[in-house]
Ligand binder design. Sequence first.
Ligand code: SF4
Length: 342
Amino acid sequence: MKDLFDYVDFGDLKLNSRIVRTGLWESQRESAGNLTPEIYNRYENIAASGVGLIITELFSLYQKDVFSKYSLTMDYPQFVREAKDLTDLVHVYDVPVFAQLGFVQFNKKTEQNIRIEDVSVEDIRKIQTDYIIAAKKIAYGGFDGIQLALGNYYFLSRFISPYFNKREDKFGGDTYGRLKIVLQIIKLIKDTTDLHINCRLNAFDIQKGGMTLDETIEIAKLLEENGADSLQITRPRSPQYFSRENYEKSLLASACNDIIDNVDIPVIMGGGVKTQKQINNVLNRTKVDFISMQRPFVADPSFLVDWQLEGDGETICKTCNNCYWKKTATCFINRTPQLNVR
Ligand code: SF4
């Protein structure tokens, strides 16, 4: 029997449980980018709670991206020192921590939100270079890994989707062509850092003509062959749209099963689960070994402590999505100040 609090291998890493905390965005940073005491405190609470792996809120690759006003950023002088303080704090609890990296729009001065087919090869080389520079900063900051945001319609997710990428050059066309920008980024990160590389992918696109599950499986295999160390499979839309589904029989769990059958690297199933029982049902009735949770950690960073002590539990998150639509890092329902569990 698998249990969510099993001590398990995750590729080259050891995890204290099968729960992966994935961040949304981090609006509590200072305007210049600096991390605040609230952020350090939240990370310490999450690390001490019994979580297996922490994936940060999104680090925005570009300072002027539409998401950078809500996201963490690394374009300020103290980034590496502050990141090292944060990762050192998390590592006290023997919890690995990955930095999530992505951006939404590619802009050049007056040209905004450039379409995938209008991005020049020179632009692609600049984007790849910017990823490598960011990955090196992430490595210097003490992170164990990097999560490349290739799902949820971030820029690279659109680049690999046949619905959005209509290019006719070597960076378009078939699956390999559309994925080439990512495969080259992975190779360069592997060549220049020791970071574990996790790729977060949509299980399928919701647009007609977008990625099907069969193509996601092909992409998962190509990512593994080219150096990805693990995958996270996500729904293309918010869990609010799936709140009544039976998780172990859901489209997402079924997609994860099919992907797990085709790769030999760890696969994390994206979020939406609410109770300890649901999680253990997914773990024992499917091939899924790792489950991600996001909003439950926004509602209460320490909820796993109660789950461990009581042997059962349900998140207080109501999936109202206010922290999603309003892009804050705090819960609109549970406003009780969080106490450090130490
Ligand atoms: S604001 Fe809503 S979705 Fe976000 S954590 Fe709170 S209850 Fe959950």
